[in-house]
Design a protein around this ligand. Structure first.
Ligand code: C2E
Ligand code: MG
Ligand code: MG
Ligand code: MG
Length: 270
């Protein structure tokens, strides 16, 4: 009987594995189509100076509409990475973000930040690709920030790619800081400009303070992610966090909606 039950378990395991594989294949096929048909696009989330409430940047976040519904990046980004489609998806993100961002940067001085994955950074032509997109869209390097997670940055630190990008004015941000495995010693030699504190630490005031001190001692600009309440925003302002991002200040939204926020924001400042 045990043998039969084991066999049944194995069969169920096979079935679920097969189901997983076919779902992955379906996502990959959808993404491949989405690269051409406009169902892959960007939303933008404000990055705000908590001292003034003004928008200083926007993070570009990939969105995918499949059968009328948005599929979360947590579902499709890993598949894009596993299938190598992330290369093309990444170029699309850069193109769309810089095309919009060039105008935003010129008019309002607002920069755009784009997430970059491991796979892209390992591509020896990555720096050339980014520079080509800048040329094609008229975006100055100083208007672009590339967000890279800690572990991926540590891998790329010994390659010339980050140096090349920074020579062109592009800034590098460590994304999700605190969730990677790298030692703090690395922070001293990573070629980065901005440190984004992962949202899981937002309510840990003493930890956040320690990270902010450390980051500021290395002349890094600090951004807190996932700010959802006024209390959190006040706290971060008191802690002298340079910039904040989160639902409290604005959810990721269509470029048109973000653009009208920018106009309001500059009008208030004038
Ligand atoms: P991330 O780069 O850390 O982006 C921030 C995520 O936090 C976004 O999730 C954003 O919508 C969410 N968020 C913003 N404010 C709040 C808040 O106040 N509370 C909470 N709970 N969440 C907040 P999203 O858009 O689902 O993206 C998830 C991840 O997918 C991103 O994390 C990034 O790692 C990846 N991703 C998104 N777009 C791209 C892309 O174009 N290329 C690559 N390689 N990865 C991307
Ligand atoms: Mg990010
Ligand atoms: Mg991330
Ligand atoms: Mg993040």
């Amino acid at each position: 009987a045990a043998k039969v039950a084991g066999g049944a378990r194995l069969a169920r395991f096979d079935d679920s594995l097969r189901a997983q594989q076919s779902e992955r294949a379906r996502i990959a096929a959808g993404l491949r189509a989405g690269l051409a048909d406009g169902s892959l696009f960007l939303h933008y989330q404000p990055v705000v100076d908590p001292a003034t409430g003004r928008m200083t940047g926007v993070e570009a976040l990939m969105r995918w509409r499949r059968d009328g519904e948005l599929v979360p990046p947590m579902v499709f980004i890993p598949v894009a990475e596993q299938t190598g489609l992330i290369g093309q998806l990444g170029v699309l993100a850069l193109r769309l973000a810089c095309a919009r961002g060039a105008d935003w940067y010129r008019r309002h001085g607002i920069y755009v930040t784009v997430n970059v994955s491991t796979h892209q950074l390992r591509d020896p032509e990555f720096a050339d690709t980014v520079l080509a997109v800048l040329a094609e869209t008229g975006m100055p390097g100083t208007g672009l920030v590339l967000e890279i997670t800690e572990s991926v940055l540590v891998d790329a630190a010994d390659t010339p790619v980050l140096g090349t990008l920074r020579e062109h004015g592009i800034r590098i941000a460590i994304d999700d800081f605190g969730t990677g495995y790298s030692s703090l010693a690395y922070l001293r030699r990573l070629p980065v400009d901005i440190l984004k504190i992962d949202r899981s630490f937002i309510d840990d005031v003493s930890f956040t303070r320690a990270i902010l001190d450390l980051a500021h001692s290395q002349d890094l600009v600090t951004v807190a992610e996932g700010v959802e309440t006024a209390t959190q925003a006040d706290q971060l302002r008191e802690l002298r966090c340079d910039l904040v991002q989160g639902y409290h200040f604005g959810r990721p939204a269509e470029p048109e909606a973000i653009e009208s926020l920018m106009r309001e924001s500059s009008a208030t400042a004038a």
